[in-house]
Design a protein around this ligand. Structure first.
Ligand code: CP
Length: 337
């Protein structure tokens, strides 16, 4: 018997319905329970998984590796300098080789076309571990974390502050719209989502009833929200933009005053990590030397506040990635949705 998700890839959120995303989030909560109780769940015994990374990663790489181990599969890390891909061998040829050796492929890199091409030519499930356009496995973890805090998703309002054109902002806008979660993108006009992304999200919001707001007005964007969310001000590969981004985005920093301005004492704070909240990294030190600032998108006091849930969010990467791998590759019973 094949299950609903069997053989499918997980490339971007809009490929999935509200019910399908909810099912993956709930399956992840189940896997979290099984792991906490030490109950085996080896749905991928004997499977081999390729982990293809063109960019660095802590959470995504660890989540795919540990999830594969917990599911009884073997995961092989393939860094961009370890293999022929892109330099001596095309996407199509690499994907065809991978499809004959591996049962599933994770890809983190730049172009959405690459992850779509891997799926097209390999013939096995491919999972998007982040592209320039989307970060779909991050979304499952984020909305699982929100559901754990509020016991429901529909009707929650999330405000994302920062670079509103990056993959996390795109994914939050579209995924919230699918799930019926109200999304506010609070960003300067030059960093607001493209009209294409806004149109895509609005179409989904019209179906779910979610309310979307794109604004550069911080007070309007955060008033009454349940969740404040931020991300680094310059994504991987954009580090040369820090000077401009610091100028543009300082009013959008999540600090204690901004948290208070939600006027919601139940508000929670999320961050997909890594975060610039102190000077304990070499990059933060370099930015401090150049621009004299000690914190960027989130202040250290907020990062350590009891209402900040970024480490639960990080742990949930493991359980949600496990759900995606097991549902698409394992022989699990999942009723038709
Ligand atoms: N949030 C996230 O994708 O983390 P990594 O870059 O460490 O994988």
């Amino acid at each position: 018997m094949s299950s609903h998700f069997q053989g499918k890839s997980f490339l971007k959120e809009i490929d999935f319905s509200k019910k399908e995303l909810e099912t993956l989030i709930d399956l992840a909560a189940h896997f979290k329970y099984l792991k906490q109780k030490n109950i085996p769940h080896q749905y991928l015994q004997g499977k081999n998984i390729a982990l293809l990374f063109e960019k660095t990663s802590t959470r995504t790489r660890s989540s795919f590796t540990v999830a594969a181990n917990d599911l009884g599969a073997h995961a092989e890390f393939l860094g961009k300098n370890d293999i022929q891909f892109g330099k001596k061998e095309s996407l199509e040829d690499t994907a065809k080789v991978f499809g004959r050796m591996y049962d599933g492929i994770e890809y983190r890199g730049f172009s959405q076309e690459t992850v779509e091409g891997l799926a097209k030519y390999s013939g096995v499930p491919v999972w998007n571990g982040l592209t320039d356009d989307w970060h779909p496995t991050q979304m499952l973890a984020d909305f699982l974390t929100i559901k754990e805090q509020f016991n429901h998703l529909e009707g929650i309002t999330l405000a994302y502050l920062g670079d509103g054109r990056n993959n996390v902002a795109n994914s939050l806008l579209v995924t919230g719209a699918i799930l019926g979660v109200n999304i506010h993108i609070v960003a300067p006009k030059s960093l607001q989502p493209t009209s294409e992304i806004q149109a895509l999200a609005q179409k989904k919001a019209d179906e779910s009833g979610a309310e979307l707001l794109i604004t550069d007005n911080v007070a309007q964007g955060v008033a009454g929200v349940d969740v404040l969310y931020t991300d680094v001000w310059a994504s991987m590969g954009e580090e040369e933009t820090f000077e401009e981004r610091i100028k543009l985005l300082t009013p959008y920093q999540i600090n204690a005053a901004l948290v208070a301005s939600t006027h919601n004492d139940q508000v929670i704070v999320l961050h997909d990590l890594p975060a610039f909240h102190d000077l304990k990294t070499t990059m933060a030190q370099e930015i401090y030397q150049q621009f004299g600032i000690q914190e960027m998108e989130i202040t250290d006091d907020v990062f350590h506040a009891p209402y900040a849930h970024q480490f639960e969010q990080a742990e949930n990467r493991l359980h949600t990635i496990k759900a995606v791998m097991a549902a698409t590759l394992g022989h699990m019973f999942i009723p038709e949705i």
